[in-house]
Design a protein around this ligand. Structure first.
Ligand SMILES: *[C@@H]1O[C@H](CO)[C@@H](O)[C@H](O)[C@H]1NC(C)=O
Ligand SMILES: *[C@@H]1O[C@H](CO)[C@@H](O)[C@H](O)[C@H]1NC(C)=O
Ligand SMILES: *[C@@H]1O[C@H](CO)[C@@H](O)[C@H](O)[C@H]1NC(C)=O
Ligand SMILES: *[C@@H]1O[C@H](CO)[C@@H](O)[C@H](O)[C@H]1NC(C)=O
Length: 411
């Protein structure tokens, strides 16, 4: 390991030296010592560098030109001229997750007498203010395709909302035997699209699909769900209608195999995130022949993936099946969140209640915009959160004793 590292450094150093010699030749200088340029601080959109000029040449320099440029064809560069006593510079408004060649060039009048450069990489931020997308659903599927859609998170601050310009979709096949998630593929979906058809998949295979909202500088929290493709020639019968942390609502096509005696529904655990025990749930459903048959599987664990199968009773047909995951706990977020009122140290927020047939508890979470740790409040029942305004269907909550202005936080 150490040896490799040493060898790599040596190769890199030799390369840099050669590069510099060539450069000096180009600049008509042969005997100039190198000096150095180093990164003091790298951010998602900034690079702060410091350079050292060799002593013998320092006195000749009358000004510097510093430059940062990307390596790609899409030439993006920023440069600045600085006085002779400068030895550091911060470049702003750079792209995140991008390698820049940063250089400093010393001039004597109009003549270049010294040049140094190095490669530095801006970081890709995990944006703590950007929540996960919601309502990740499978619209349609075949043996080789999945058509999925989701909703962009709604942020209280318009300025932050405007920065969200893409989503990152990651999918990886999941092996039910070894329970391992295999090699992942990523696709970037530019806004305003919030739907994608993933093609070239394998039949009868489970895929873990994650979606994150993103800006030019990084990505927010992921939401995910596992779905399976159909086998060759099979039709899409069993569908997921909705999911919560503890329920999966499935529906199916009544014309597929009408069953006067109802259906047997089985849900088997395929994967858990929190080490909750494996379960096999068998439900004898007697919904008979209705136009839109559906069933709610209850009391499931959050973030758990199930293979759900549907067998018409007394019929000799292969079961219809599909793989679905319950929502991870933190992903069950409300929609249409608004900052309704604020003072210096308090904020009142309101939102549309979650529609659900069991009692729902809410928890307010807020994050400082400059990237500090999130603050999580106590859970409260929906009953204690009704708006004071009569006839208002929204719920609201007051957060007070803030250390800073509400505008400095994302709720
Ligand atoms: C960051 O950059 C690397 C190299 O260009 C690329 O492979 C990777 O996908 C980028 N990451 C994201 C999340 O865009
Ligand atoms: C540098 O070049 C510019 C234009 O090329 C010229 O106007 C200027 O006088 C030159 N300065 C010196 C110090 O030679
Ligand atoms: C899917 O991916 C998410 C995010 O990486 C991870 O938390 C989850 O455990 C994965 N689920 C499965 C079934 O692999
Ligand atoms: C899911 O269950 C069905 C029926 O029991 C079975 O045919 C299928 O292979 C299972 N799929 C996975 C990925 O476990």
């Amino acid at each position: 390991m150490l040896l490799n590292h040493g060898a790599a450094t040596l190769v890199l150093q030799s390369f840099c030296y050669l590069y510099l010699m060539l450069l000096m030749r180009a600049h008509g200088q042969f005997s100039v010592p190198m000096g150095s340029i180093e990164l003091i601080e790298g951010g998602t959109d900034s690079l702060y560098v410091k350079w050292t000029v060799p002593g013998i040449i320092e006195s000749r320099i009358t000004r510097f030109r510093v430059m940062a440029r990307t390596l790609s064809d899409r030439i993006t560069q920023t440069d600045a001229y600085l006085s002779a006593d400068a030895s550091e510079h911060r470049f702003y408004d750079l792209l995140g997750n991008t390698t820049y060649r940063v250089s400093s060039e010393g001039f004597q009048g109009n003549k270049s007498v010294w040049y140094i450069s190095n490669l530095f990489h801006t970081s890709l931020a995990a944006l703590s203010w950007l929540p996960a997308p919601s309502d990740l659903i499978l619209i349609d599927k075949s043996a080789v395709m999945m058509d999925i859609s989701w909703r962009t998170p709604v942020l209280a601050q318009a300025g932050l909302q405007a920065q969200v310009n893409q989503h990152l979709v990651t999918f990886a096949p999941f092996d039910p035997e070894t329970r391992a998630t295999l090699k992942q593929t990523t696709i970037t979906v530019p806004m305003p699209n919030t739907r994608i058809r993933i093609m070239n998949l394998n039949p009868s295979t489970t895929y873990n699909i994650t979606v994150q909202s993103g800006t030019d500088n990084g990505y927010g929290a992921p939401t995910w769900c596992s779905f399976s493709t159909l086998s060759e020639g099979e039709t899409h019968i069993l569908k997921l209608k909705s999911r919560t942390p503890t329920t999966l609502t499935i529906k199916w096509n009544a014309q597929w195999a009408s069953a006067k005696e109802g259906y047997t529904i089985t849900a088997r655990t395929v994967h858990t995130v929190d080490g909750s025990p494996d379960r096999q749930l068998t439900i004898n459903s007697f919904e008979g022949d209705t136009m839109q048959p559906e069933h709610v599987l209850r009391d499931l664990h959050p973030g758990t993936t199930f293979n759900v199968s549907l067998q018409p009773k007394g019929r000799d047909v292969a079961p219809a099946w599909g793989v679905y995951s319950t929502l991870p706990l933190g992903d069950f977020a409300v929609t249409d969140l608004r900052l309704t009122d604020e003072t210096e140290v308090a904020a009142s927020i309101s939102w549309k209640p979650v529609e659900h047939d069991s009692p729902v508890h809410y928890q307010v979470r807020y994050v400082p915009n400059d990237g500090g740790a999130p603050i999580v409040e106590e859970q409260k029942s929906a009953d204690s959160l009704h708006c004071p305004k009569y006839g208002c269907e929204r719920l609201c909550s007051l957060t007070y004793n803030l250390m800073r202005s509400p505008r400095d936080f994302t709720f």
